[in-house]
Design a protein around this ligand. Structure first.
Ligand SMILES: Cc1cc2nc3c(=O)[nH]c(=O)nc-3n(C[C@H](O)[C@H](O)[C@H](O)COP(=O)(O)O)c2cc1C
Length: 243
């Protein structure tokens, strides 16, 4: 059996050098760079390719100052060139499937594939819907428990918080893609969950029914005065089980 090379290849450099940066020097992030970062984020994998998030890029100084304050004035937020607020958006499923259907039609997919996709998307939306007062949760639970008697099967998220948890996974992957892309392109980042969610949601005009802020990412150029603490991780054997 051949053994994989264990030295760090150049392609992993951004993963190995990324740190959570606490203080940034003022730099301008041009629109082309902003677009590259946002493109990298949306190329992340997502459950059923549903991309259940919306990314708010805040760059204007006035808006940034307000958002930084709502991140409790934390230094990464206060000194960043841009703040990205990653929002799990469970109200986007219908529009997303319509957009994908439109893209499939324009790309010349055969009618049969379009019908298949439309049917699957409709079932998916039903499964990922809490229903009024969460009443679908019980129906879904009963249906899937019954199915489990005969079949190995997963369980869709039942409650509203389960659906947000589902959307959060895909949102977090987009965030990580953006942070690695920033590192590769000479910028630095700090992910943050230290923010006033209620006030920040209000500032962005979000609805609590469909939206939940997953994290805020401060983006900029690491301050020349900033010194990172040594990076610590649990040893591999505390983190990994190999079967
Ligand atoms: C979900 C999440 C939330 C975080 N929230 C904050 C935060 O509010 N403020 C902060 O300064 N750092 C925050 N961090 C950064 C972590 O403290 C940092 O990633 C960790 O200490 C490891 O350091 P490293 O990323 O430099 O390896 C957060 C990181 C994650 C993943």
């Amino acid at each position: 059996m051949q053994h994989a090379n264990t030295s760090t290849p150049h392609s992993l450099a951004a993963i190995f050098s990324r740190r959570a940066i606490k203080s940034f020097d003022p730099v301008h992030i041009p629109p082309s760079l902003r677009e590259q970062l946002l493109d990298a984020a949306r190329l992340a994998p997502s459950s059923f390719n549903s991309q259940p998030y919306r990314l708010y890029w805040i760059e204007s100084p006035a808006q940034r100052a307000i958002a930084a304050q709502l991140c409790m004035g934390q230094s990464p937020a206060a000194t960043a060139s841009a703040l990205l607020v990653a929002v799990a958006d469970i109200g986007s499923l219908h529009t997303t499937s319509q957009l994908q259907l439109q893209w499939m039609r324009q790309s010349g997919f055969p009618e049969e594939k379009l019908r298949d996709y439309d049917r699957t998307a409709k079932i998916g939306r039903l499964l990922f819907m809490p229903g009024p007062f969460g009443i679908f949760a019980l129906v879904k639970w009963l249906l899937f428990r019954l199915l489990h008697l005969f079949k190995i099967a997963g369980m869709p998220p039942l409650t509203c918080s389960g659906i947000f948890k589902w959307a959060t996974k895909s949102t977090a992957l987009a965030c990580q893609n953006l942070m690695i892309a920033a590192e590769s392109l000479g910028l630095n980042t700090c992910p943050m969950e230290g923010f006033d969610g209620r006030r920040l949601s209000k500032f962005l005009g979000l609805s609590s029914r469909h939206h939940e802020i997953v994290m805020v990412i401060a983006i900029g150029k690491k301050s020349s005065a900033h010194e990172c603490q040594p990076q610590w991780r649990r040893p591999l054997e505390s983190t990994v089980t190999i079967l």
